[in-house]
Design a protein around this ligand. Structure first.
Ligand SMILES: [Ca+2]
Length: 387
């Protein structure tokens, strides 16, 4: 959808983004249909951007056990713990899965413009909840993550889905380096955001909180986005039964997953929580593998970057959310006329209007409900090697 040569102007970019949203609706339809036929169509090319991270580790193992995926590469980023840990943790996972054929490219050490805030209190000092695995012997490729993402997308235009389960720094860096790149990405599936309150602050989910400016680049890029946020991941909880099933699995992936899961549950319990840890990142993978596990609703989503308390909040606009229902014959008309409104301009600002966009155009398919039992059947079944 972008112009084919040279830098594009702001006007062209806006036009391309609008076209991208329309193309995105089509892509969404073919995406879901395509997955049903995936056995016949062969695997989907994906890049997994990640900050392992306890649930990242399980998500990576799930991905590497999923024949629907052709994993072009894994791109660790700083997030749950610093890059000095997320990079070797990603390498450990490819070694455990026997998938050292998958390139791992080192990503950003820090967010675009902010200091790195980690979640070591949740993921343990080593990022894997204290589960210890040997030092990896596999090395990352020489190409940095953002370059790897750009080159891989350019090599297979329209084919590489980005699955992001960490802060979006690597993706934003790739998009900022190449104004046509967004138009070549068919879809980005993220664990991130929330339309029902945050987990790091009352407003923000961790992945968006860490690098809100990067998240904003992604949401405004025109790439059709699938958002699997706290609205649904909070409804997943790992149990003792899941761990027992993993422990019974007679393969390296199952045993490693059991060890990570065991530590994660113990850690959660030690903190006094009544239910096991949420499987945030694996649910994003599952959403790509089988979208029918979740329920979806289209929103225009943007990211708060200016707030002193709310940076990283994902704000979802929908003509059918919030307002009282109208008579059906007026509802469609009102939806078409709905403007995207931001905060009122201050007296000191040169802006005079609160209107951000003239008209509602969805950019994100947001997961709003999940069948948790079906999700765990997929996750635990594949990790344990039963399916
Ligand atoms: Ca993560």
């Amino acid at each position: 959808m972008g112009s084919t040569s040279g830098r594009i102007t702001r006007r062209e970019f806006v036009a391309a983004s609008a076209a991208g949203v329309v193309a995105g609706s089509l892509a969404r339809a073919t995406w879901a249909a395509g997955l049903e036929q995936s056995a016949a169509r062969g695997p989907f090319r994906v890049i997994i951007d990640t900050d392992p991270g306890v649930d990242d580790a399980l998500a990576l193992l799930l991905a590497m056990r999923s024949p629907e995926l052709k994993i072009e590469g894994i791109t660790p980023v700083a997030g749950n713990v610093p890059l000095e840990l997320t990079l070797p943790n990603a390498l450990r996972m490819v070694e455990i899965a026997g998938r050292t054929d998958i390139p791992v490219a080192a990503g950003a050490k820090a967010p675009l413009v902010r200091r790195l805030i980690t979640a070591a209190q949740v993921h343990g000092e080593n990022g894997l909840g204290g589960a210890v695995f040997p030092e990896p012997t596999t090395k990352p490729i020489a190409e940095p993550a953002a370059e790897f993402i750009r080159n891989t997308v350019r090599k297979h235009p329209g084919e590489v889905t980005l699955i992001t389960i960490g802060p979006l720094t690597n993706i934003a860096t790739a998009l900022n380096s190449d104004s046509e790149l967004a138009g070549l990405v068919p879809r980005l599936v993220m664990m991130g955001g929330s339309l029902s309150g945050g987990n790091v602050t009352p407003a923000a989910e961790f992945n968006i909180y860490v690098d809100p400016e990067a998240a904003r680049v992604v949401f405004q890029s025109g790439i059709p986005i699938t958002m699997v946020g706290l609205d649904v991941t909070r409804k997943t909880s790992l149990t003792e039964d899941h761990v027992r099933t993993l422990q019974a699995g007679q393969n390296a992936v199952s045993q490693a997953a059991a060890k990570i899961a065991r530590n994660a549950i113990d850690h959660t319990r030690a903190q006094g929580f009544l239910i096991g840890p949420n499987m945030h990142d694996s649910l994003a993978l599952a959403a790509f593998l089988d979208p029918s596990i979740l329920k979806w609703k289209e929103y225009y989503v943007d990211v708060e970057t200016a707030g002193e308390l709310t940076a990283g909040e994902t704000v979802g606009y929908s003509p059918t959310a919030g307002d009282d229902q109208r008579r059906p014959e007026l509802a469609k008309q009102a939806a078409m006329a709905m403007q995207i409104r931001g905060s009122a301009p201050t007296l000191a600002s040169t802006k005079t209007s609160a209107i951000v966009r003239d008209k509602f155009v969805p950019n994100t398919n947001v997961a709003v409900d999940v069948d948790s039992a079906r999700f765990f059947d997929l996750l635990i079944g594949r990790l344990a090697g039963k399916t």
